[in-house]
Write a protein that binds this ligand. Structure first.
Ligand code: UDP
Length: 315
């Protein structure tokens, strides 16, 4: 298939680009390099530096059969401080991209949505029919794009899939997380192991969980990438599917720290700090829907294995 990957210079987009190329697809990457890295774009892909707002000419020229859309601002804290940027890029940019697709007669899309669309869950594991009540602007913008895709499927015959990622981690194809502003637990803990930080701050140990620290569902980026390739041809015209993507097992912050100690052999000094605003105690996915519909199954469910793959790029 001839595909356009928006945000293909970022962590997840670059891994999926490599997987698409390996699967024989013809790939053009569109990325404004606001957070991505040009050297993360696999050499077999064509690279165009442009923002979502300027995607029209690229779509018109490439005329892709499908778009995979990873391009977004994704820092929860920043989304609370400068919401206008998040609405402009994530929602305005996505609208511009969908309109560019429509003009180029491309109506198939896989979109990177997020567990943050659900907010504080009433029940775990979280299913796709759970209420969507995001607790931050980042989650609200992703939910708005999910709604946009439903309307475009109904009104304009789009074939769309939203993949709601839980906590993505690990590395594949020699590509891992390289954020200038790093806020995620596993890469921060690995920075401590690599001597780039003195310690890790645990954001709260008074949560209603067995060890008092927050529980998250860590999914290997390669398993996530597999899901994109399965999702790409799945929906029919006029259909918008939503799938959660996680391993279905929760690990606490303390368990992640223990895994990082085990993998790296570093003591990882820890300080306990206050809770981070907007952090739910537990986020664990039910991925039954994508397992049932598309036969997706994660291959990397072992936390130490996920951490080890990320560490192998750094050490
Ligand atoms: N966390 C932490 N210290 C850090 C970074 C994260 O204790 O330096 C905790 C955070 O409060 C959450 C979990 O680790 O409970 C995962 O956070 P992350 O930012 O990696 O992902 P999120 O779940 O927010 O998408």
């Amino acid at each position: 298939m001839r595909v356009l990957v928006a945000g293909g210079a970022g962590y997840i987009g670059s891994v999926v680009t490599a997987a698409l190329l390996q699967g024989g697809h013809e790939v053009t990457v569109l990325d404004d390099l606001s957070t991505g890295h040009a050297d993360a774009v696999a050499s077999g892909a064509r690279f165009v530096q442009a923002s979502l707002h300027d995607s029209g000419p690229v779509l018109a020229e490439v005329r892709p059969e499908a778009v995979l859309h990873f391009a977004a601002k994704s820092l929860v804290g920043a989304s609370q401080q400068t919401p206008e940027e998040y609405w402009h890029v994530n929602v305005g940019g996505s609208l511009a991209l969908l309109e560019a697709m429509r003009a180029a007669d491309c109506r198939r899309i896989v979109f990177s949505s997020t567990a943050a669309t659900y907010g504080e869950p009433e029940q775990v594991p979280i299913r796709e029919d759970a209420p969507t009540r995001p607790t931050n602007t980042y989650g609200a913008t992703k939910l708005a794009v999910d709604a946009m895709l439903t309307s475009y499927a109904v009104a304009h015959d789009f074939a769309a899939v939203s993949l709601r990622y839980f906590n993505v981690a690990g590395a594949a194809y020699g590509l891992g997380e390289r954020h200038t502003t790093e806020t995620h637990l596993i890469p921060i803990a690995l920075q401590v192991a690599a001597g780039k930080r003195e310690h890790l701050t645990v954001y709260g140990e008074d949560y209603p969980t067995p060890d008092g620290t927050c529980i998250r569902d860590y999914i290997h980026v390669e398993d996530l990438s597999d899901a994109h390739l399965l999702a790409l041809p799945a929906p029919a015209a006029g259909e918008h599917r939503i799938y959660n993507l996680g391993n279905g097992t929760g690990f606490s912050v303390q368990e992640v720290v223990d895994a990082v100690r085990q993998v790296t052999g570093h003591p990882i000094p820890v300080e306990v700090g206050p809770r981070r605003a907007g952090d739910p105690a537990q986020l664990v996915a039910s991925s039954d829907r994508i397992r049932g519909d598309l036969g997706w199954a994660p291959k990397h469910t072992d936390l130490a294995g996920i951490v080890g793959d990320a560490w192998s790029l750094i050490s």
